[in-house]
Design a protein around this ligand. Structure first.
Ligand SMILES: Cc1cc2nc3c(=O)[nH]c(=O)nc-3n(C[C@H](O)[C@H](O)[C@H](O)COP(=O)(O)OP(=O)(O)OC[C@H]3O[C@@H](n4cnc5c(N)ncnc54)[C@H](O)[C@@H]3O)c2cc1C
Length: 683
């Protein structure tokens, strides 16, 4: 019997993972066709005169056990001083040896993963701001009193009166951070990345990129930082992606890992063909039958038949290459898909003149810096010395990556290498990182097309393309451009892993592949464990909500009692004072509970407020009833009875509010608008 063939388009993380998984779990032979002569796609490492450059600065972290294990199986952790080094993620702490089933360090001392402490800041007003934003002393000094107050007021305003509908990314940001913070720290950088106003970008991008990060989350993180919770582990699952503190990094850059994967694939009988752009895909009914390649070295074309086809090439190119041609409606959507392109300028400089006061003359410690300044086009600066010194041939120099986002038809993209380098150098001088052009010792410019699949253009009709392509039962769209999804390496890998699993188990439906990077929790193999973890998570979450509910109730009581005392002192009758102070107290309670505990907003806030008051009044009667029971019927001491009744009523009112007033699933009146609160993932 002839061996089945898995044809894979592209030797990036998704394609290589598919090949590796086919070898690992099936009898299917993987054959990769790659347009370039390099391994790793966007995750490759650029090599320049002994220096290495990472396109974009790739952090290796994942919420998925499968991916973490996968990486560490290919490249073990570096040998470190502490003999008992453990790595913690998904609430599990394991010895490295157990984690990957590998010895602690590789025989090849370069083939290792480093553990990097993340440091990245925002550069704005020619000053550094912590990222994620810390509302600490330095931020306040940098922003100044007036701006700080404006930030606070606009944040409070949006907590009380959120925008009812998040129609675009601007709404998404404003609802989470307030307008001023959005204008200060998010607008300019995001618009540099996408090249259009935030108001024209789908809110879905924010949901994917800034999953659940909110000010309240940032505040929790700061507090955890104070108690030392984030310093000693690579904690994944319960840390929002944008707050992760430690990550893995291949010693010689991300491409090193993928080059090793490619080596193993070839060693085990898989094939990788370079300089082989896939130009056409031939179909017969619901199946892909063959692909057509044009070898750019030999100038020869070739037909290759296969049983399964994995595509990581941009969907637009795939649709263009399908034979027979696709329906015009699908083609129109695919032609309207937009990609943002990327230029990275590697600069070797003598030194940076920008310093951290606390560190004196030393190089600043950032891995990367977001440049929020609107007077330069520069988007981000990578300091490769701080990713891995092995990327830097002469470590007495500073090896930088200056990142620009643009379109292929932009003036920037059209610049010659020399002009582009000079442009980047001028901007670096302008923002005060280096003094003059002659501080730059060498440069290289790399243009990378289609780095960011955009969530605008015809993206809102993307489902038409997806539905059309999913009908080909042996075609698997995987990875980033392959799915037109803002997928990181781990997501890209998981789409490949899920596809191979589907083939193994004869699953034709592709929806589990599309679910990767959509749901909050990735699909893991052991469903039972997942359910157990989710239930525990939900319980912990409810307990947290309850504690904050009691605290907000306490604040409301203080407000109530203070106003009551003031009113009585000013000569008002007890009854009038009680009525007025109750209104203040219960209103405080309502707003705090809504924004800090549950984060669920009805479109009609007054209806939600009325329901809240009704339930609060009921609590009064419940208290009376319980007191009667405890004191009159059971003969308890009055104080103990009062404490017990307060506890019972707190619990009952919390439950009723959770299940009704602030339930994210309350469809009775179809009034709910969900917002992020304590743990946005859970609502
Ligand atoms: C600036 C930036 C920063 C990033 N940072 C991170 C990070 O910190 N952590 C992280 O995990 N991820 C990060 N990513 C994402 C990561 O780079 C991608 O998720 C990953 O590379 C996608 O893998 P892929 O295989 O789907 O696609 P690609 O890496 O794009 O690989 C696709 C491959 O297909 C080839 N190809 C295209 N067309 C054809 C064709 N017609 N025929 C044959 N071959 C073809 C390409 O040459 C390429 O090699 C970042 C990306 C960018 C742009």
């Amino acid at each position: 019997m002839t061996q089945k063939k898995g044809i894979i388009i592209g030797a990036g993380p998704a394609g290589l993972t598919a090949a590796y998984e086919l070898l690992e779990k099936t009898d299917i032979k993987p054959i990769i066709y790659e347009i370039s002569n390099e391994i790793g796609g966007i995750s490759r490492t650029i090599k320049y005169k002994g220096y290495r450059m990472d396109i974009g600065g790739h952090r290796f972290f994942s919420k998925s056990d499968t991916v973490m294990n996968w990486w560490l199986k290919i490249m073990p952790l570096e040998r470190v001083e502490e003999p008992d080094l453990t790595i913690t993620y998904q609430n599990q702490t394991r010895e490295i040896t157990n984690l990957a089933g590998q010895p602690q360090a590789s025989k090849d001392e370069d083939l290792v993963m480093l553990v990097r402490n993340r440091k990245s800041r925002i550069f704005y007003l020619r000053k550094f701001f912590d990222y994620p934003l810390k509302l600490g002393k330095q931020t306040l000094i940098n922003m100044g009193l007036v701006r700080t107050l404006r930030v606070l007021f606009s944040y409070l305003k949006v907590r009380l009166y959120p925008l009812p509908e998040e129609k675009n990314l601007e709404h998404f940001f404003i609802n989470r951070f307030g307008k001023i913070l959005y204008l200060t720290f998010f607008k300019s950088y995001t618009e540099k990345v996408w090249g259009i106003p935030c108001s024209e970008i789908s809110a879905e991008w924010g949901a994917q990129r800034i999953k659940g990060l909110s000010i309240s989350k940032a505040i929790q993180h700061i507090i955890k930082g104070f108690v030392g919770d984030t310093s000693s582990s690579i904690k994944q699952k319960n840390v929002e992606t944008s707050l992760i503190e430690r990550f893995l990094y291949p010693k010689l850059g991300p491409g090193q890992l993928w080059e090793e994967v490619a080596r193993q694939i070839q060693e085990r009988g898989g094939e990788i063909h370079f300089n082989s752009p896939v130009k056409k895909l031939h179909t017969d009914g619901d199946r892909i039958t063959s692909i057509e390649i044009y070898n750019t070295e030999t100038g020869l074309g070739e037909y290759v038949e296969g049983d399964f086809f994995f595509s990581t090439m941009p969907i637009k190119d795939l649709i263009r290459g399908l034979e027979p041609e696709v329906p015009s409606e699908v083609k129109a959507v695919s032609e309207g898909l937009i990609y943002r392109d990327f230029i990275t300028v590697g600069l070797l400089v003598e030194k940076l003149i920008i310093k951290d006061e606390a560190q004196g003359e030393k190089l600043i410690k950032d891995n990367w810096i977001y440049v929020q300044e609107a007077d330069v086009m520069l988007g981000r600066i990578q300091i490769f010395n701080n990713w891995s010194l092995s990327l830097v041939k002469d470590t007495s120099k500073v090896w930088l990556g200056l990142e620009y986002f643009c379109y292929e038809n932009d003036e920037l993209w059209q610049k010659t290498e020399e002009d582009m380098a000079q442009f980047a150098i001028d901007e670096l001088v302008k923002i005060g990182f280096i003094e003059k052009t002659s501080d730059v010792l060498d440069y290289t410019v790399v243009k990378v097309p289609k780095t960011y699949p955009a969530y605008f253009g015809t993206y809102d009709q993307f489902y038409k393309v997806r539905n059309y392509l999913d009908r080909y039962e042996n075609l698997y769209l995987i990875g980033r451009n392959g799915m037109h999804r803002y997928n990181n390496q781990d997501h890209s890998m998981l789409t490949a892993i899920t596809s191979v699993e589907n083939i193994r188990h004869g699953i034709k439906d592709k929806s589990n592949i599309w679910q990767v990077n959509v749901e909050n929790e990735y699909h893991e193999e052991v469903q039972g464990t997942k359910e157990k973890v989710s239930k525990i998570d939900a319980l912990v979450e409810t307990a947290k909500q309850f504690v904050i509910y009691i605290l907000t109730g306490g604040i409301a009581t203080v407000v109530d009692v203070t106003i009551f005392a003031l009113l009585v002192q000013s000569g008002l009758s007890y009854v009038t004072a009680l009525f007025s102070s109750f209104i203040f107290g219960v209103s405080t309670n309502f707003f705090l509970t809504r924004s800090l505990v549950f984060g669920v907003y009805w479109r009609n806030w007054s209806a939600q407020y009325a329901v809240f008051i009704l339930i609060s009044l009921n609590s009064l009667f419940a208290n009376l009833g319980l007191l009667k029971l405890f004191i009159d019927d059971w003969g308890w001491n009055a104080i103990i009875a009062r404490i017990a009744s307060a506890a019972c009523v707190a619990f009952i009112s919390f439950s009723v509010h959770k299940w009704y007033t602030f339930s994210p699933h309350n469809r009775l009146l179809a009034l709910n608008l969900q917002r992020t609160a304590v743990n946005p993932k859970k609502i």
